[in-house]
Design a protein. Structure first.
Length: 337
């Protein structure tokens, strides 16, 4: 399969989280054709109604190449120029899927076996596909997870701590604010104290960071608001226990802090001869745990353009990734000798 053509085919299939059925069916067909040519096996691993992970094995999989099928909204159709392929999912992670499938085909043509391909759903929201796969391992010793790292092996990735901050007040006519209690004022006070918190830092992963992602509340400009809420996300670099205490203290007495999600930071493996990096984003790797083997994190493209209107992937990095994935499968497979 030609990696550029496959990348564009994948981009053209809208697969915003929760709507991965079509891309799952497409990948199942592509991998089934590959399996028929090279005596492999392909299966759909049920995650939820209308959403399946797709797993292909060629022999007994000692190494598995894996990434996610879903994207963030909105759908952006593909285009290309001499140097780049553009569109939603170009680097996060449809170009990576194409590079992994192309690498697998080339490995099989040279007689390499005992590896697998695993494509999962739901990474952009709650890693539902990776959690489901963690309960259905297939005996692999190494997992090569694909995310845009500019083809450098990530030595670590930050975690995530997400909260919803909820403030409640009492409605009143805005001409007589003393008769009410503004939930928005309370929320702003709580958020200001959260912003003033001293966040931890790690010598490898760097500093924790805070993002106030959404704010909502109120009913009309002439009504004292009775409810307001915000969503915050902290990129973790260590144990979240102390941060939880800080957040609870910061929001009191004006609001409540409701924890939504926690994903721990991870330290990752390296290989001699590969360039390395540290990434601040979160991946499926914590959800997999060790069920699919020791994790590696690497892929073409830059995270700086993922989730943007200008998402794209350099063709040169796509071609390079094919070679890197092949090399990693071969080198890691030697540990099974």
């Amino acid at each position: 399969m030609q990696v550029f053509k496959l990348t564009r085919q994948l981009i053209e299939i809208e697969s915003i989280t929760g709507n991965e059925r079509r891309i799952g069916d497409f990948l199942f067909e592509q991998l089934n054709e590959l399996a028929q040519r090279f005596e492999g096996e392909v299966e759909k691993m049920v995650v939820e109604t209308d959403r399946n992970n797709v797993f292909a094995r060629f022999g007994e999989p000692f190494v598995v190449l894996s990434t996610h099928m879903d994207t963030v909204p909105p759908f952006i159709p593909s285009r290309e120029d001499e140097d780049q392929i553009w569109g939603r999912g170009a680097c996060d992670t449809k170009g990576i899927i194409a590079a992994m499938i192309t690498a697998a085909e080339q490995l099989l043509e040279t007689g390499t076996r005992n590896f697998g391909l695993l494509f999962v759903v739901g990474e952009e929201r709650n890693s539902a596909g990776a959690h489901a796969a963690a309960h259905n391992p297939r005996g692999s010793r190494f997992l090569i997870n694909g995310e845009p790292t500019e083809n450098k092996l990530a030595l670590g990735s930050k975690g995530t701590l997400r909260y919803e901050i909820v403030a409640r007040g009492r409605m009143a006519h805005s001409a007589y604010p003393e008769l009410g209690e503004s939930a928005i004022d309370k929320l702003l006070n709580a958020l200001q104290r959260i912003r003033a918190m001293e966040l931890p830092s790690d010598e490898v992963l760097g500093p924790s960071t805070l993002n106030i992602g959404t704010i909502s509340g109120g009913r009309a400009p002439n009504i004292v608001p009775d409810e307001a809420r915000a969503e915050i996300l902290i990129r973790l670099v260590g144990d979240p226990a102390e941060l939880r205490k800080q957040i609870e203290a910061a929001v009191a007495p004006d609001a409540e802090a409701q924890e939504v999600l926690v994903i721990p930071p991870v330290r990752l493996n390296s290989l001699n001869g590969f360039a390395t990096t540290i990434v601040a984003f979160t991946t499926d790797i914590p959800a997999f745990g060790e069920a699919w083997g020791q994790p590696f994190l690497i892929g073409p493209g830059s995270i700086h353009v993922a989730h943007t209107a200008e998402e794209r992937i350099p063709k040169s990095q796509l071609k390079e990734a094919v070679g890197l994935y092949k090399e990693m499968v071969v080198r890691l497979s030697l540990q099974n000798k």
